[in-house]
Design a binder for this molecule. Structure first.
Ligand SMILES: Cc1ncc(COP(=O)(O)O)c(C=O)c1O
Length: 383
């Protein structure tokens, strides 16, 4: 496309080359293990664009082209889940004897992988406060190879000063990875802020319909060869069927995300006025302690945030949740339907102080008035 275009124009066209496929608007879903070569010489030299199903197809390439454009990355790998999009790059860039720094508000299974598996492989793991910024310098060791970031953090939505963390980490020779699932590249572009490896659970907003598990990892030019080799060595690839569904989801991600953003902000602001609510944890609200950082770095906020009840515990959270009829009780987010879960912060390394139970909401595409009425029923159940 000529010249800079708006995000929805780009999402509508990125990755598509209709005239490579007889004019059909969308790329074909190429299901493949074997790819044939015309002769023995070409096979031996692997001298053609496609060589084997694990190495990509026209369908996965269409998605990769779109994602590289959105991320500003040199290359992107696809893996079978968002969690694999975390574990594969960590395996790519860490070896026995290395030190890994992870933000304490990280997605729980990332912590579990680091503590259970990386530690077994001889990687030293430490956690740091999301608000550390340039103070990360004090946590870096001569053997620190990776600083893992996630902003906002899972469940409690603290922001990180990614530019500051990346500048200090790079000076010490470490690379920076970021789980950017919350913002998507539409609202935050990690590589523009010094991140080397951008990670997405495409299960969430890109797929958008709660029916696909998919991960994407995008790298800058320096990190791309090692990331790609690791995927090849591990054999973690995806099917073209799933890649097609994610590409299909991307086409509408911009308009869906704007709706998630507006509805979530409206409900978050309303929750702040409810007598049973102590705090709302949403970086897009002016009351969020890091709202200035949010305004500096993010082009928008997505549809997931938490709120804290004034007092009570697991029993009160259950009373509230069991009264909901539109919000489903279930994990994941980014789909068209609203969800609620009680938040468990027991695995955090740093002390947590909240007045009551923390409840996380994923705001779907339903009508805000109906969602508000559902939450009101939850508050009524609390008495
Ligand atoms: C921030 C974040 N990263 C990664 C993942 C993992 O994605 P998946 O469910 O596709 O494994 C999740 C899932 O909830 C998540 O919230």
């Amino acid at each position: 496309m000529n010249g800079p275009k708006g995000p929805n124009t780009r999402l509508a066209h990125l990755g598509n080359r209709p005239h490579d496929f007889h004019g059909f608007v969308n790329p074909p879903v190429v299901r493949a293990s074997t790819v044939l070569f015309p002769d023995a010489e070409t096979l031996t030299a692997r001298r053609q664009k496609y060589t084997y199903g694990t190495q990509g197809t026209p369908t996965t390439d269409a998605l990769a082209d779109a994602v590289n454009d959105l991320e500003g990355s040199a290359g992107t790998i696809f893996v079978p889940s968002g969690l694999a999009a975390v574990t594969v790059p960590l395996l790519a860039f860490l070896s026995a004897g290395d030190h890994l720094l992870i933000v304490d508000s990280v997605y729980g299974p990332t912590r579990r992988f680091a503590n259970a598996m990386l530690a077994r492989f001889g990687v030293e793991v430490d956690y740091y406060d999301a608000e550390i910024g340039a103070g990360i310098a004090a946590k870096l060791k001569p053997n620190t190879k990776v600083v893992f970031t996630e902003s906002p953090g899972s469940n409690t939505f603290e922001l990180q000063d990614i530019d500051a963390v990346a500048a200090v980490a790079h000076k010490a020779g470490a690379i920076v990875m970021m789980d950017n699932t919350w913002a998507t590249p539409l609202y935050f572009r990690p590589l523009d802020h010094g991140v080397d490896i951008s990670i997405h659970a495409a299960t969430k907003y890109p797929a958008g319909h709660s029916d696909i598990l998919f991960g994407m990892v995008s790298a800058n030019a320096a990190c791309w060869p090692r990331l790609k080799d690791t995927q090849t060595n591990l054999g973690t690839c995806v099917s073209s069927d799933e890649a097609y569904q994610v590409l299909r989801g991307l086409r509408t991600m911009g308009v869906r995300l704007d709706r998630h953003r507006d509805s979530a902000l409206a409900l978050a602001a309303w929750l702040e006025t409810q007598p049973q609510v102590d705090r709302v944890l949403h970086p897009g609200l002016p009351s969020h302690p890091q709202h200035d950082l949010f305004r500096r770095d993010f082009a928008g906020s997505s549809g997931i945030f938490s709120f804290v009840l004034k007092g009570g515990g697991a029993a009160e959270a259950a009373l509230f949740l069991n009264a909901l009829t539109i919000f489903g009780l279930g994990f994941s987010w980014g789909g068209y339907e609203s969800l609620a879960v009680p938040v468990n912060l027991d695995d955090r390394t740093l002390p947590q102080a909240y007045a009551g139970p923390v409840i996380r909401l994923q705001i779907g595409l339903e009508d805000v008035a109906d969602l508000r009425a559902d939450l009101e029923a939850g508050f009524r159940a609390l008495g």
